[in-house]
Design a protein around this ligand. Structure first.
Ligand SMILES: NC(=O)c1ccc[n+]([C@@H]2O[C@H](COP(=O)([O-])OP(=O)(O)OC[C@H]3O[C@@H](n4cnc5c(N)ncnc54)[C@H](OP(=O)(O)O)[C@@H]3O)[C@@H](O)[C@H]2O)c1
Length: 353
């Protein structure tokens, strides 16, 4: 198939592009940064490069800002589009950019899909369009709900924009939870989510370990240890997206989530092991006034995540289970060993760089 992908230079987009190339598809990758696009192209094996066409463009522009020549070449030629590009920021100060890329960018990409007559449009959303609630469903959420941040809200609004095109093309939504590295290699080219926490803890440890007797000192992190953290490996998310290409159903929503997510206790245990940080201690949020200045500063820097560390959310995945069955795959099963392997992969990469 001829497939157009937005966001291919990103964490998930790279993995998906590689998987689609392995399946023999021809790819049209929309990228806004020429250098990143060239690096991406060269990251593919030479035998695959002739299957790849780079389109320079920007989803926040009308017509995606692609040249007339590219536009003409694509008309009637694309069998499916994956819209992955997004602005991943929880920062309220970045609300305008978040809206522009995630909502307006999705509108522009759908208009483009219609103009070139793409018959299928697969949108990568997030499981956290659920907002502040705790019982998820593989169906659209009412956007008149409360959200933890603008990112969640813009992704929810974008899902509605995608559904508004359902009489013009086949539309499918895939909602990943918190994406972590590859389950086999641990590779993770991202600083988002779990990796923001890992980076922060590594800096804390480096700084703290300069002090005498640091190994007897405790470093407290505010987290509810009984709450689940819905971590999902990038290769699993990509496999759901690949299955959706051929077996996804029109107007269906698929949770690419972890059916048995680890508790935060397990996540912290794995972090302690991987970062060699045994004196890290999870403590309840109510203990925050007892923290040292250093601990307060660290925990304040993680406050954007606190809402996710205080409540378990259930994400039913019946649609995804059925979808994967059709391609002979089963839902994710992630154990402690896999989680340690993924985190270790990240630690190795960042130690090298
Ligand atoms: N990471 C997660 O934990 C997670 C969880 C749930 C859902 N998701 C969703 O999964 C998708 C991929 O996430 P990710 O982690 O791979 O993000 P990422 O690494 O930040 O990649 C984002 C991609 O979007 C591109 N992009 C951003 N603004 C653009 C614009 N104006 N025009 C064209 N391209 C633009 C980026 O291009 P540049 O390389 O030029 O910046 C990059 O290729 C997103 O839709 C996200 O909402 C992610």
């Amino acid at each position: 198939m001829n497939i157009l992908v937005t966001g291919a230079t990103g964490f998930l987009g790279k993995k998906l592009s590689q998987d689609l190339l392995n399946e023999g598809h021809t790819l049209y990758l929309l990228a806004r940064n020429e250098k990143k696009a060239s690096d991406l192209l060269h990251s593919f094996a030479e035998k695959h490069r002739k299957q790849v066409h780079i389109l320079l463009g920007d989803v926040s522009k009308k017509g995606l800002g692609v040249s007339e020549n590219d536009w003409g070449q694509l008309s009637q030629k694309i069998d499916a589009m994956y819209h992955i590009a997004a602005y991943l920021s929880f920062d309220p100060a970045q609300k305008p950019q978040t809206y522009e890329v995630n909502v307006e960018g999705t509108k522009n990409t759908l208009q483009f899909a219609e103009a070139i007559s793409s018959p299928r449009f697969i949108y990568v959303s997030t499981a956290y369009t659920i907002g502040t609630e705790t019982e998820g469903k593989e169906a659209l959420y009412n956007p008149e709900r409360s959200f933890v941040n603008n990112y969640e809200e813009t992704k929810c609004l974008a899902e509605h924009v995608v559904f508004s095109y359902s009489d013009k093309m086949e539309i499918i939504i895939v909602r990943p939870s918190i994406i972590i590295g590859d389950s086999k290699t641990g590779e993770a080219d991202t600083t988002f989510g779990l990796y923001g926490l890992l980076k922060g803890l590594r800096v804390l440890k480096r700084r703290a370990s300069r002090a005498d007797g640091w190994e007897n000192q405790k470093y407290r992190i505010l987290v509810d240890v009984d709450v689940n953290s819905n971590l999902v490996p990038v290769d699993y998310v990509s496999s759901v997206l690949v299955a959706a290409l051929t077996h996804g159903e029109h107007k269906e929503i698929y949770h690419a989530t972890n059916p048995v997510p680890p508790t935060q206790q397990l996540v912290v245990d794995c972090i302690k092991e991987v970062l060699d940080f045994p004196n890290l201690v999870p403590v309840p949020f109510e203990t925050d006034e007892l923290l040292s200045e250093e601990e307060k500063a660290f925990n304040a820097s993680m406050s954007l995540f606190h809402s996710y560390w205080k409540r378990s959310i259930s994400f039913p995945n019946d649609n995804t289970k059925k979808l994967l069955q059709k391609v002979g795959q089963s839902e994710l099963q992630m154990d402690k060993e896999m989680l340690i392997g993924i985190m270790s992969g990240f630690q190795k990469q960042t130690v090298l760089t």
